[in-house]
Design a protein around this ligand. Structure first.
Ligand code: MRU
Length: 343
């Protein structure tokens, strides 16, 4: 199995997600700037994968620094650059803080072996992501039954993590356990992560699925084809408000109307205990993503657009949150997972 992102001797290797599903192309990033660009233009995307990429970016900055006297300055510069890439993905900031703690702790101990420590921390973040996704899959698979229709949005799969995935990790594990069900994958305009990436993964895994355009969701729910909705998250507040790919909120409203459970699968690293619905930054991306599809203009020239990349689903619409620690139900207070002895 190819990993979405891997630390190799000659740099960080990532699968170019802009080339999928037509081509499985690997990009080699030799420095943190190349990784920052890859995050910005979504060659790598999905909150957990962005976090791992940022951590490896810091590790690359350390590895590439030839003058020990400049190491801290270079680390701060890489930290600030990586931090500016995508404003909503909680895992980006979580991973960068973890890396920062390593060099700050090292500073106190006179800085010995710092480069190695940073590389090891980045590798640990990547390995933990694999284990966490497996645990999410196992915890969530109990919610999937034989004969279900399971609707998902965007791509919360192996491509959004190191491997396995969160929402798609649940689907993968349920399938590994022998459950028989059908996945409905929303295409996810504007960048079509559902059509390009989720469909690619499901096809590769031979998991039965049907691709639908985003505006078909109400129809398939009304028809009784969907028994559960499961999505990933870019950020979750302490009380269970969920920020995820634009269109998620609409799906949650539709699910409520049709009495369909709406599940969210994400690692604890996606939870921001200090965030509130009002404080969340929603990334606004280029208008060309809306006026064009894969480089082809579909709207009249000069058309004005808005392009928020994410929306917020209020906690009242979330039936359960699946993490590596188990399945939580409302009313949510996710801070229990961060209390001493619980992590
Ligand atoms: O803009 P993207 O493709 O990075 O958005 C990705 C999503 O919204 C995913 O659902 C989310 O990051 C969870 S991925 C496990």
């Amino acid at each position: 199995m190819i990993r979405t992102i891997e630390w190799k001797g000659d740099g960080v290797h990532i699968i170019d997600q802009t080339a999928l599903p037509d081509e499985l192309r690997i990009i080699r990033c030799e420095d943190h700037e190349r990784l920052a660009k890859a995050i910005e233009c979504m060659e790598i995307r999905g909150a957990p994968a962005i976090g791992v990429a940022a951590a490896m970016g810091i590790a690359l900055a350390a590895k590439n620094c030839n003058d020990e006297k400049e190491l801290y300055e270079q680390l701060w510069s890489a930290y600030n650059r990586l931090k500016s890439t995508r404003p909503t993905a909680r895992n980006l900031f979580w991973a960068l803080e973890r890396m920062r703690k390593v060099w700050e702790d090292c500073l106190k101990e006179s800085g010995n072996g710092l480069k190695e420590k940073l590389i090891n921390e980045a590798l640990a973040i990547a390995e933990e992501d694999v284990a966490v996704c497996r645990a999410i899959g196992k915890n969530g698979s109990e919610l999937i039954s034989n004969g279900d229709g399971v609707l998902t949005h965007c791509n919360a799969g192996a491509l959004a993590c190191v491997e396995h995935g969160t929402a798609l990790g649940v689907i993968r594990t349920a399938c590994e356990e022998g459950k028989k069900f059908v996945v409905y994958s929303c295409e996810t305009r504007p960048l079509l992560q559902g059509a390009r990436l989720t469909a690619f993964e499901l096809k590769h895994e031979k998991i039965p699925f049907k691709l639908i355009t985003d505006n078909m969701a109400a129809y398939v729910m009304k028809k009784g084809l969907v028994k559960k909705v499961i999505v990933g998250a870019d950020l979750i507040t302490r009380h269970g408000d969920v920020v995820n790919k634009i269109g998620t909120y609409g799906l949650a409203v539709l699910a409520k109307h049709h009495n369909i459970p709406f599940y969210v699968a994400a690692p604890l690293s996606t939870i921001d205990l200090n965030a509130s619905p009002e404080s969340v930054t929603i990334e606004e991306r280029s208008p060309s993503e809306v006026t064009h599809i894969r480089g082809v203009r579909i709207a009249p020239e000069g058309t004005e657009v808005i392009n928020p990349a994410f929306d917020l689903t209020p906690r009242q619409l979330v039936s359960a949150i699946i993490t590596e620690k188990g399945v939580s139900y409302p009313p949510y207070d996710l801070s229990i997972f961060f209390r001493q002895g619980n992590n």
